[in-house]
Design a protein around this ligand. Structure first.
Ligand code: NCD
Length: 338
């Protein structure tokens, strides 16, 4: 292997046995690795969708480091860590010494010295979690909870778990549409990568050209672009609506939110073009009346709140697997048995 390849996020996140020791990105992980995350997550849910607690991380410390706002992701990581019996510390970054000029490196080294075992990191800069895993704290398991426009791998895995549980069809047979602000969305990127790896052959990206990344072909195989809703959602099994990310739009990419709703808003009429059992997903937070109509968000086909519950199961799985891989790397494998 070329030495540069060892520093790719996909290599940094695996230990010598090929197991996760950090979870930074979907890219570079095999179908088996993703399936292992899904199966482990599934083991934390009973047949009635209730979460099952397991004290796998007893005595270990998870620190939530959110340099960017979050409700669902931060809270579900906290819930997941507690259900695994870990100690959880939510670091209040806005009030921490980074605001007094301390470097990120120094802040992290201090937190590591407080006996952190896992950092859950959200940051507005793409590559932040990778930088911490590679250069700052390689012996702490780093979980990427969203970095800039780059990746949101636990969101992708909770979406995959939701698709697997709710459609009950193999990924190879599914048509999945992702609608909206693709350009600014780390969720779109990670979801496309996860769907491709899991074998989905029909991935449709629906967006106006102004909300697509420059040189759109970067998404690769089995991905088709639609500029119109009607062709895009026809006969789909899964529709994922994305939020218009106003905070990441530096130049006006949209005429107006009402114009977007008129052209791309997911309403009942458009949903009726998909398969009758098509499920509707959204990572949240939702802009009702912009990317999705309330009648659809709250309708029978919506699985948006199930995504949130599945998010706890997936985050439990990722925390336990990465910690297991990190301990395996350090020669302490017997510590966690899944
Ligand atoms: C997403 C995020 O932060 O990237 N939300 C989430 O994690 N629940 C999507 C978004 O902010 O639109």
């Amino acid at each position: 292997m070329h030495i540069a390849a060892l520093h790719q996020p996909s290599q940094v996140q695996l230990n010598q046995q090929g197991n996760l020791k950090h979870f930074l990105t979907i890219e570079g992980l095999s179908k088996e690795s993703l399936t292992k995350i899904l199966d482990t997550a599934q083991s934390f849910l009973d047949e009635n969708n209730n979460l099952i607690n397991r004290p796998l991380l007893e005595g270990l410390t998870v620190m939530n480091l959110f340099f960017e706002n979050s409700t669902r992701t931060r809270t579900t990581f906290e819930a997941a860590a507690k259900r695994l019996s870990a100690n959880v510390l939510n670091i209040d970054i806005a009030r921490s010494s980074t605001s007094k000029g301390e470097t990120l490196r120094d802040t992290l080294w201090n937190l590591e010295a407080m006996a952190a075992d896992i950092f859950v990191v959200r940051h507005s800069s793409s590559g932040a979690a990778h930088f911490i895993a590679k250069d700052v704290c390689p012996n702490v398991a780093i979980i990427n909870a969203g970095d800039g426009r780059h990746a949101h791998p636990t969101q992708a895995m909770l979406d995959m778990l939701t698709i697997r549980r709710e459609t009950k069809k193999p990924f190879e047979q599914l048509s999945v549409a992702i609608i909206g602000d693709i350009k600014h969305s780390r969720v779109a990127r990670s979801n496309v990568a996860a769907l491709q790896t899991l074998g989905c052959k029909d991935i449709r990206v629906i967006a106006p050209n102004t909300l697509l990344p420059v040189g759109f072909n970067e998404y690769g195989e089995h991905v088709r672009l639609f500029n119109q809703m009607n062709g895009g959602v026809t006969d789909c099994d899964v529709i994922i609506a994305l939020r218009i990310q106003n905070e990441r739009i530096d130049s006006p990419a949209l005429a107006s939110q009402s114009e977007f709703y008129k052209m791309y808003g997911l309403n009942k009429e458009r949903l009726a073009l998909a398969k009758p059992d098509c499920i509707v997903m959204h990572p949240g937070p939702m802009n009702r009346g912009v990317e999705i109509d309330s009648s659809v968000a709250d309708g029978d086909q919506s699985v948006i709140l199930k995504q949130v519950t599945n998010g706890i199961a997936v985050r439990m799985a990722v925390l336990a697997l990465a910690m297991q891989g990190q301990l395996q790397e350090q020669g302490l494998i017997e510590a966690i048995s899944l």
